[in-house]
Design a protein around this ligand. Structure first.
Ligand SMILES: [Zn+2]
Length: 174
């Protein structure tokens, strides 16, 4: 059986998701800032104004201007929390998927070839690279030291030292 992998073709679905995430990278901070401005604008507003009629599940209610402002402020705050929670969910989902694929491929490569660099289960591996993390979950280099490629072996070592953790014992991949 020929188990050699053919060159990989990127999934159009995942490429589309990556483009959406790229748009989110600039859109989400703008949206969060905008919602925060709206909240601040409502702070201390208003002490006068017209009553507002609101239809809700409990039937129509009439809010005075202060209540309406408090209601609007709460809505902006919840919208902001929704966006922040969504971003965290996206991050966790991506990391889980990467880890699942790494696990699947690690199993597949034990027979047919070298193990791949795999940061799963290691301290600091879930810290984003932008936040000073060491693990690049997209790395497809062969594991040469301690289950990692040469580059990530050194990055992990430096990260552990910087975070006051003892060095891992060096184990060469067989
Ligand atoms: Zn690597």
């Amino acid at each position: 059986m020929n188990t050699q992998r053919t060159p990989r073709r990127a999934s159009p679905q995942l490429m589309a998701i990556a483009r959406m995430a790229e748009n989110l990278a600039t859109l989400a901070p703008d949206a969060l800032t905008h919602l925060q401005h709206l909240e601040h604008a409502i702070d201390g507003w208003p002490t006068r104004g017209d009553a507002v009629h609101v239809s809700g599940t409990g039937g129509d209610v009439t809010l005075n201007a202060v209540e309406a402002a408090a209601e609007a402020r709460l809505r902006h705050s919840l919208d902001r929390a929704d966006i922040q929670a969504g971003i965290r969910l996206l991050e966790v989902t991506c990391k889980d998927l990467l880890e699942a694929c790494h696990h699947a491929l690690r199993g597949a490569t034990t027979v047919e070839g070298p193990r791949l660099c795999d940061p799963s289960g290691r301290e600091g591996s879930l810290v984003p690279l932008d936040d000073g993390g060491w693990a690049d979950w997209t790395c497809r280099d062969a594991a040469v030291k301690n289950g990692l490629c040469d580059r990530h072996y050194h990055k992990e070592r430096r990260w552990r030292a910087a975070n006051g953790l003892p060095a891992r014992d060096e184990v060469r991949a067989s």
